[in-house]
Design a protein around this ligand. Structure first.
Ligand code: 5RP
Length: 218
């Protein structure tokens, strides 16, 4: 089982604020996420281009949670240097495949963002369409309303992985949560506020790494 990657979700409301977080974390994480909030505040193409200019070798995710106009939005971010882009699970398959066609042309990929209602039979269709990455998400509003990580979530992540998806997990994660996922082949743990709001973000990233090392050996 491959060791999960670590991703910082940049959900600041200004590019300057996000770049200040990135400066302290770029060497500690594997993936830089242009978060939905940041993309809405500053424009996704601008954010992706700024990150790509500063971090030419990094994996950069544009978290647009695309629901329609898949190819147009994909072109906007992949042409600026994105590696991955998210498409919401509620989007029509046509949106997913049109975004994926653009991603493929740039040697990138799309990730299906799993919120709310979706089914495993839809997931079979995504796989059949050549889509292999998914993000299992506890939304920040759901978290604020009291939703916690539970066996039902972990079972769904496990099942998606068994189907062949590379599954990332996110939503209010802290280092203490990592043990919940032990034994599941998680592709990437995505953390936003727990890293950027920590008194020492780099040390918090290392705390995530230490937890990952405890439960995933290779
Ligand atoms: C919100 C997101 C966030 O980027 C993701 O949930 C990670 O942020 P946090 O760890 O702060 O919850 O996609 O829609």
């Amino acid at each position: 089982m491959n060791k999960p990657l670590l991703q910082i979700a940049l959900d600041q409301t200004s590019l300057s604020g996000a770049l200040s977080v990135t400066r302290s974390l770029a060497n500690e994480v594997d993936v830089l996420e242009a978060g939905t909030i940041l993309c809405a505040a500053e424009g996704a193409p601008n954010v992706v281009a700024a990150l790509r200019a500063l971090y030419p070798a990094s994996i950069i995710l544009a978290d647009l949670k695309v629901a329609d106009a898949g190819s147009v939005l994909a072109e906007m971010v992949f042409s600026r240097g994105a590696t991955w882009m998210t498409v919401i699970c509620a989007a029509p398959l046509a949106t997913m495949t049109s975004a994926k066609t653009v991603a493929d042309a740039y040697n990138g990929d799309i990730q299906i963002e799993l919120y709310g209602e979706w089914t495993f039979s839809q997931a079979e269709e995504w796989l059949a369409a050549g889509i292999t990455q998914a993000i299992y998400h506890r939304g920040r509003d759901a978290q604020a309303a009291g939703q916690t990580w539970g066996e039902a979530d972990l079972g769904k992540i496990r099942k998606l992985a068994d189907m062949g998806f590379a599954v990332s997990a996110t939503g209010g994660l802290s280092p203490a949560d990592i043990q919940l996922f032990a034994g599941i082949p998680v592709k990437c743990f995505i953390a936003g506020r727990s890293l950027s709001d920590a008194p020492d973000p780099a040390e918090e990233a290392r705390a995530f790494r230490r937890e990952i090392e405890k439960y995933w050996q290779s």
